[in-house]
Ligand binder design. Structure first.
Ligand SMILES: C[S@@+](CC[C@H](N)C(=O)[O-])C[C@H]1O[C@@H](n2cnc3c(N)ncnc32)[C@H](O)[C@@H]1O
Length: 258
């Protein structure tokens, strides 16, 4: 199952070096796994999935994504126990797995109060859950996107839609993982500092992620105007420093079943 999407693997990959550290930090939380069965939810172009599959010497790895463009790119990496499937990370069923991992994807899945118990059912006894989600809504990069969406003519075209992140406070995940019976749990918030050439690059960064949501929902002729207006608002909200440090807050979760 894929949905029409605005994901562009090349655009997303543009900042792959900067996006790598959260993935390294997430995988560093894993405790040793022997020939694990791995599920990667929202695997994107599969580059990190393939790397993890090899690094863990996994017996099998399944990467799930809802973007046809991303899956097309991932397909080339399949083989040797690694496969990719179209699916919705919020409703996919299968497993169980020794590791369920998701990097920078579950902030696109609504209702985390229902999602987390669902994910828990995919984890085998002794298995691990590892999730990294951005939680940067208070930064102008996100605030100005919502403010642009609230302006005419975009508000009308979007039917009043504004993206609200489903990510809950860190404490909620700490309690939920405990209530779900995970024997060991780690919940960490980290602010990554991404040095960019200038504030203009923030636009390029969010075009590859957050703004895909608005691009997908807006009539195509309005998209360039939305982008221009967003750029304008962001320039007014951010200092013109070169290089420009883009702070990015992320939530990292890790838990292990008994
Ligand atoms: C920011 S990319 C991250 C990709 C990869 N995990 C990585 O770290 O490079 C987010 C991915 O989540 C996927 N995605 C968004 N919503 C999804 C959903 N409901 N089910 C499955 N995949 C989803 C997008 O298609 C996209 O490929």
């Amino acid at each position: 199952m894929t949905t029409p999407d605005a994901w562009d693997p090349d655009r997303y990959a543009r900042f792959s070096a900067e996006r790598r550290q959260p993935w390294e930090d997430l995988t560093a939380l894993l405790s040793p796994l022997a020939r694990p069965r791995v599920l990667d939810l929202g695997c994107g172009d599969g580059a990190l999935t393939a790397e993890l599959h090899a690094r863990l010497a996994a017996s099998q790895t399944v990467g799930i994504d809802s973007s046809a463009a991303m899956l097309e790119r991932a397909a080339a990496r399949a083989g040797d126990g690694l496969r990719f499937e179209a699916g919705d990370a919020g409703s996919w069923t299968g497993g169980p797995f020794d590791l369920v991992i998701s990097n920078a994807a579950l902030h696109w899945v609504p209702d985390h109060a229902s999602l987390l118990p669902r994910l828990a059912t995919l984890v085998a006894p002794g298995g691990q859950l590892a999730v990294q989600v951005p939680t940067n809504e208070h930064h102008p990069s996100h605030l100005e996107a919502a403010a642009t969406a609230a302006e005419p003519p975009f508000a009308e075209a979007l039917g009043g839609y504004r993206r609200v992140s489903p990510v809950l406070p860190p404490e909620w995940y700490a309690e939920a993982l405990f209530r779900l019976g995970f024997a060991e749990r780690r919940v960490r918030v980290e602010v990554y500092g991404h040095p960019l050439a200038s504030r203009d690059e923030v636009v390029e960064w969010v075009r590859g992620t957050l703004l895909t949501d608005y691009q997908r929902r807006l009539p195509a002729p309005l998209w360039p105007a939305f982008l221009d207006r967003y750029r304008q608002r962001l320039a007014a909200a951010l200092p013109d420093r070169r290089p420009f440090l883009y702070p990015y807050r992320r939530l990292l979760l890790w838990a292990r079943r008994a």
